[in-house]
Ligand binder design. Structure first.
Ligand code: SF4
Length: 350
């Protein structure tokens, strides 16, 4: 047996015994018999998992699949229902692209998911990693799946000392050589599970099926890998969010434009967010009071948001509309702002 096949066999044997249970997966005892998972479940979970942990995705996945059990049901959903159901998961462009893709698959493709990486890449919001993951896991195609877990495992297995992201092509080459023609989906999930549970930041090499072959383990370099190029410091921006409540206990909200940060989401009206002092942009004339300042960190910047509150009888806002708020339908930063407004004004007494 060749060196790569031996490695593949040992990690698949480990996966057969140690696979993590996830609601979208088919367990190894079934996948070994050729049972493939529901492609709708794999597509949905992989889009949710972009930049998000398995623990956070689990409950959203279950909520989505019970509300929209198949691709046709999701394609028929209203945009604002899906955006509200996605609230709190972040990276809201994913939800907008999810809907666009659902409508393409349900309509133009008559419910048939594309199988190859190339055709998956044509769907909105599907990048190389997600295309490979869906192709391998949902359809058993021999696609090379490389996420951050796989990068960590490969840099250690082959003692790659070059920093990320420069060494990505090298990682991809090794990962491709190891991907087997059969059980490609299980293999991909096995390496990801190994990275998530054993080959972690502080690796537990004594439990690793690849310890004998691992160059970093032999050389004692594992904890130093992967090397990462230093990232520039995150900038800080400042803004104002306006929390205003009317005599019916409704809060003024507005839907952000479809493109850009928090695109398509319901939010408290805000000023622009700048690295300088924000320019006030109240959504109506009121006796505004400054409450606290909350902090939220996005991928590319820290945000300090000053919360201004007001209570009014009735007034027409310059923008947005007064609504009863379902807190779970707001994105995380706006939940913090909403909570801050409530704790300043107190609960609505009616
Ligand atoms: Fe990671 Fe240790 Fe296994 Fe190497 S031996 S792949 S460092 S867990």
């Amino acid at each position: 047996m060749c060196e790569h096949a031996e490695k593949t066999e040992s990690i698949l044997a480990w996966y057969d015994a140690q696979a993590r249970e996830m609601p979208w997966r088919v367990p190894p005892e079934k996948s070994k018999m050729g049972v493939l998972p529901n492609p709708y479940h794999i597509w949905l979970s992989e889009v949710m998992l972009q930049q998000t942990t398995v623990a956070a995705v689990r409950k959203y996945f279950l909520r989505f699949t019970s509300r929209w059990p198949d691709i046709h049901a999701l394609a028929r959903a209203q945009d604002d229902e899906v955006m509200a159901a996605w609230a709190g998961l972040g990276y809201y462009a994913r939800a907008r692209n999810l809907l666009k893709s659902a409508r393409i698959i349900s309509g133009e493709l008559h419910g048939n998911f594309p199988k190859s990486e190339k055709s998956l890449l044509e769907l909105p919001g599907i990048g190389p990693y997600t295309a490979a993951a869906i192709s391998a896991i949902a359809f058993g195609e021999k696609a090379t799946v490389v996420d951050a877990n796989v990068e960590r495992v490969m840099t250690r297995m082959y003692n790659i000392l070059e920093p990320l992201p420069d060494c990505k092509p090298k990682i991809y080459e090794h990962a491709t050589a190891l991907t087997p023609p059969d059980r490609a989906g299980d293999y991909a999930q096995a390496v990801m599970d190994l990275g998530a549970t054993v080959c972690t930041q502080t690796p537990q090499c004594e439990y690793c099926p690849w310890a004998q072959d691992c160059m970093a383990f032999v050389r004692g370099t594992a904890v130093m890998l992967p090397v990462k190029r230093l990232k520039p410091k995150k900038p800080t921006r400042y803004g104002i969010a306006y929390f205003v409540r009317n005599s019916r206990g409704e809060i003024l909200l507005e839907t952000r434009p479809d493109t850009g940060l928090l695109g398509g989401m319901l939010c408290l009206p805000c000023s622009d967010w700048h690295e300088d002092t924000p320019t006030p942009a109240p959504p109506l004339a009121a006796n505004w009071r400054e409450a606290e300042t909350i902090k939220h960190t996005f991928t590319h910047f820290h945000l300090y948001l000053h919360i201004y509150t007001a209570e009014i009888q009735d007034a027409a806002p310059f923008r947005g509309e007064f609504r009863k708020v379902v807190e779970g339908s707001l994105p995380t930063v706006m939940r913090k702002a909403y909570q801050s407004g409530i704790s300043t004004l107190g609960s609505f007494k009616g």
